[in-house]
Ligand binder design. Structure first.
Ligand SMILES: [Zn+2]
Length: 503
């Protein structure tokens, strides 16, 4: 959402209309400004939080990416999502480099192996995992993406009413000079008049449907919290695995080891149910969109500044003027929102909450565990592990490529079925618990399948252990991939049928 949500200076609608009749122009080259993405993200999202950052922006002739967001959404969710989107690829590379380096140092005996304090000093697999995970956290927090972006709070002067006024009347020009529009989607996005106008105007400024669709990226703000939850679940699972290498321990220890993961699973079910509802509500709102129903900050506070008690002008007059000059009429604008904008949301937010690529990246940390095992083996035996030991690196691939995405498809299916909100809080929580149990059932089926005893598999007659493991790996990967692909596409088809039926 653009900056003028608060304390909008008065702009004569006729004047703005006249300026925009000429096209989406910039009132003054000085107001077309950009900043680097890292300026907005440093200090955990200072661009969404701090005032007086105008000095961190500079005049530009082109904006790489225009960030469109609702001021109503929580800042930490927007920040975390942007950090994952911008710093995630670098974090992935850094984590694997750190883990591989640790594996080499441990294997070569430079790092001393540490034995388990409780289990007779048996290998404690935590070196590669620790360095990998620390590298992820540090890179996500400290990486400095340099892309030129537009963020209202930094690129529009918030304290100088004249500059602010010029910037607001130039909003169409900013959008026209932006190569890409990044939408931080949350449940309030399609309710906010400014947000919807930014998106509709951006589409309007692009020729051709393909060019429009390709230059808009919708990134839901649940991606940040979801990535954090998946990451924490992996860290907890891998450390529980390192600390409890056998299940032959007192039940209390098992419960303590599982409790944090079950809590995270509960929160994940709660989040996914809410996301289903939000997506559905956002699409319904766009389908029946009317300019008069969209919200402006000024109208919600009855055009009085809550802090100073001074009167605020209504944005709606200015925005209606803009809409008429860009689209010809309010009706034409509304039909663009119900058509192009709705289509874009349906396609990009679509059926699946996470892309396959996102899941691959998030799950790739499972590879750190076999790295630890290999390094230990090399350190204990004083030689490079043979090929038969290297196969352990392939084991997690079954989970990364097939089983992990399959679990997520199952989670999406379960939470879509259970998305309805119960009025009674305890009923709502009970449904969350039911969701957790259904997810655990999915996990259990997968564990049983991947742990089938040798004689229950079709290649029980394999001559050597390595031969059996190779067949078993290919068998698991093949079957689970096939099931995952079918489940993934069935959900896509069902969603398309649903969309056609509703349209
Ligand atoms: Zn108003």
């Amino acid at each position: 959402m653009a900056a003028p949500e608060r304390d909008v200076p008065h702009i004569d609608p006729k004047e703005s209309l006249a300026a925009f009749m000429k096209g989406m122009a910039v009132a003054d080259p000085e107001v077309l400004r950009g900043t680097a993405a890292h300026q907005a993200l440093s200090r955990f999202g200072q661009g969404f939080r701090r005032r007086g950052l105008f000095g961190k922006s500079w005049p530009v002739t082109k904006i790489g990416q225009f960030w469109s967001h609702s001021w109503r959404e929580r800042r930490w969710k927007k920040t975390l999502t942007l950090m994952i989107v911008f710093n995630g690829p670098a974090a992935l590379v850094a984590a694997h480099l750190a883990a591989i380096l640790t594996m080499l140092l441990l294997g070569a005996g430079v790092l001393p192996p540490v034995g388990h304090p409780l289990f007779d000093g048996r290998p404690l697999h935590f070196y590669c995992q620790s360095t990998g995970f620390v590298a992820v956290v540090l890179t996500v927090l400290l990486w400095r993406p340099g892309r030129t972006i537009f963020l209202d709070r930094i690129c529009i002067h918030q304290e100088d009413p004249k500059m602010k006024g010029k910037a607001i009347t130039s909003m169409g020009g900013f959008l026209k000079h932006s190569e890409e529009l990044l939408i931080l989607f949350d449940e309030t996005y399609t309710q906010r008049l400014w947000c919807v106008i930014e998106l509709a105007a951006f589409l309007k400024s692009r020729e051709g449907a393909a060019a429009r669709a390709n230059s808009v990226q919708i990134r839901p703000t649940y991606l940040g919290p979801a990535a954090l939850a998946i990451f924490m679940m992996q860290v907890l699972f891998l450390f529980a695995n390192a600390m409890l290498p056998t299940l032959d321990v007192p039940p209390v220890a098992l419960i303590l080891a599982l409790a944090p993961q079950l809590t995270l699973l509960y929160l994940a079910v709660d989040l996914m149910r809410r996301v289903h509802r939000e997506k559905h509500a956002a699409q319904t709102r766009l389908k029946t969109f009317r300019l008069q129903d969209a919200q402006c900050y000024c109208c919600t506070v009855n055009h009085t500044n809550p802090k100073t008690g001074k009167r605020i002008n209504c944005d709606r007059d200015v925005l209606t003027g803009l809409v008429q000059s860009w689209f010809g009429s309010v009706e034409a604008f509304e039909s663009q929102v119900r058509g192009d904008v709705l289509q874009l949301f349906s396609r990009q937010l679509g059926v699946h909450m996470f892309s396959y690529r996102f899941l691959l990246v998030m799950n790739s940390g499972i590879l750190f565990w076999p790295m630890d095992c290999l390094a230990w083996s090399a350190a204990l035996h004083g030689e490079i592990p043979g090929f038969s030991q290297f196969w352990i690196m392939f084991l997690p691939l079954v989970w990364i490529l097939a089983a992990g995405p399959l679990v997520v498809v199952w989670a999406e299916f379960v939470t879509r079925l259970l998305q309805k909100q119960q009025q009674n809080l305890w009923c709502y929580r009970a449904v969350n618990v039911a969701g957790v149990l259904l997810l655990m059932l999915g996990f259990a089926v997968l564990f049983v399948f991947t742990d089938l005893p040798k004689k229950a598999t079709p290649f029980a007659s394999s001559r050597s252990w390595l031969e059996f493991q190779t067949y078993k790996f290919l068998f698991d990967l093949g079957i689970l991939s096939a099931v995952a692909i079918v489940a993934w596409n069935v959900q896509t088809c069902l969603a398309r049928i649903n969309r056609v039926r509703q349209a």
